[in-house]
Design a protein around this ligand. Structure first.
Ligand code: GLC
Length: 443
């Protein structure tokens, strides 16, 4: 035998880079991030006065598609008259999600709780007349779901906030520092209220792009939150001081170099409820992209937008219910797993059990016939179709008896075993996943 260069790697080692977010070392937060990493799926809820006319949340007046006054008139039509928080929590639980993130205040400044600050809120300024957050958070907690609070740092309705609409600025910070300081006091107090009233498991900030970390007092925000609850998780929109990153709408093509990330995505084209938007994503599309996200080590935060009266449109419910059925059938391949093996070994997303001895293959589209796995060093104990638990035989092709380079594994998946959305195979391995990543025998 000539000199053979062999490259074997353990999948777990290469899937754990050490970046949390810009300013926060991953090792310092790893323990508190565990539930989040196991959760895989969260439901995002955008609920606010924008659902009354079905316009873009806050952006409609910012972008001058509607006047500010007309936008704020929606306060009068926001009733929450059919709001049923336990029904919401049931639906979220049924989807398989392990947490929910609810808007407490969007960029329009309208708080969904009775804030003590002198500013818009649904208790004082809308016919809803009550705190809409507390009952949902207790319904979620009763079902052992984690609670997340979306909070917009931007508040375009505050007179002491510098920005208002596109191309119209109220003032420049350097000219009126006292005015900005007053705004800082205001948002710090609102964040403190949320923390004291609801003690969220996850703080989901938004809008950091309008100012820097110093102007947002990111360090103070972070420290205050952690003083009350050292295990609270903070998303990455705090100008570098969050725990994980939040790509929006666009799915990463390859595995991001972060330990924790979460793709937030709308269920149609918009975050809030809009009458005209009927471009619903299909369960098949959601499940396919969800598998891709978890295979790359991320979470999916799938958004719903309830109507002003608190009903969740049927189209949104249907997607969540279908997703939930698929999740229940494939539970062990999805939840509490880790990112899969690197691309190239298998044409599709994969996940790995925590002990690294089960490899899950997510079959794209309606793939049957012989599927192929390359560079798997382990012996396979058995292969099953997840859900039906049907055992499948496999064949190893091209293995040279005297060479340590593994052969190709072929598995025939009968059409009768295919899931209507996405079929998953479980490969039980002898020992933790071990991969060969070299380029073959002699050179
Ligand atoms: C954006 C938008 C906002 C939306 C959010 C959700 O930052 O400003 O309207 O709530 O994304 O991720």
């Amino acid at each position: 035998m000539k000199l053979i260069k062999l490259f074997f790697v353990s999948a777990l080692l290469i899937s754990q880079p050490l970046i949390a977010q810009e300013k926060i070392p991953a090792e310092s937060i790893r323990p508190k991030m565990q539930w989040f990493q196991d959760a895989k799926l969260g439901i995002f809820i955008h609920w606010g006065i924008y659902a009354v006319n079905g316009v873009d949340e806050s952006w409609s007046f910012y972008n001058k598609l509607i006047s500010y006054d007309d936008y704020m008139k929606q306060l009068n039509g926001f009733t929450a008259s059919k709001y049923n928080p336990s029904d919401w929590a049931d639906l979220i639980q049924q989807s398989g999600a392990k947490y929910a993130v609810m808007t407490t205040k969007h960029h329009d400044g309208v708080a969904l709780w009775g804030t003590k600050q002198d500013h818009f809120n649904v208790v004082r300024n809308t016919p809803a007349k009550r705190d809409l957050l507390a009952p949902l958070f207790s319904a979620l907690r009763e079902r052992k779901l984690k609670v997340g609070t979306y909070f917009s740092l931007i508040d375009w309705s505050r007179n002491d906030y510098d920005q208002f609409k596109k191309d119209s600025v109220r003032y420049k910070l350097k000219d009126q520092l006292a005015r900005w300081k007053q705004f800082q006091q205001f948002f710090q107090s609102q964040i403190q209220e949320i923390s004291d009233l609801y003690n969220p498991d996850l703080f989901w900030f938004d809008g950091d792009w309008e100012h820097n970390a110093e102007e947002w007092e990111s360090v103070k925000v972070r420290n205050n939150i952690l003083a009350k609850n050292p295990n609270a998780i903070i998303n990455g929109r705090l100008a570098g001081y969050g725990d994980y990153v939040t790509p929006e709408q666009n799915i990463p093509v390859t595995k991001p170099a972060y330990n924790w990330w979460e793709l937030c995505m709308t269920i149609n084209n918009n975050w809030g409820f809009q009458f005209r938007d009927t471009n619903w994503k299909k369960p098949n599309e959601i499940i396919t992209l969800f598998a891709d996200v978890i295979g790359n080590g991320g979470n999916l935060l799938l958004d719903i937008g309830p109507k002003e009266d608190g009903t969740i449109p049927k189209e949104q419910r249907d997607v969540l219910i279908e997703l939930g059925k698929w999740n229940r059938k494939h539970d062990r391949a999805v939840f509490e797993t880790v990112a899969g093996i690197p691309k190239g070994h298998f044409y599709g997303p994969t996940t790995i059990s925590k002990d690294s001895t089960s490899l899950y293959l997510f079959l794209q589209a309606q793939t049957s016939g012989p599927i192929m796995i390359k560079g798997l060093v382990n012996k396979i104990k058995d292969i099953k179709v997840v859900g039906s638990e049907t055992a499948l035989p496999h064949k190893v092709v091209g293995k040279i008896s005297w060479s340590p380079v593994p052969g190709l594994v072929f598995v025939d998946v009968p059409r009768s075993e295919l899931d209507p959305y996405m079929t998953v195979l479980e490969l039980k391995l002898e020992g933790p996943v071990k991969l060969y990543v070299g380029h073959g025998g002699f050179n």
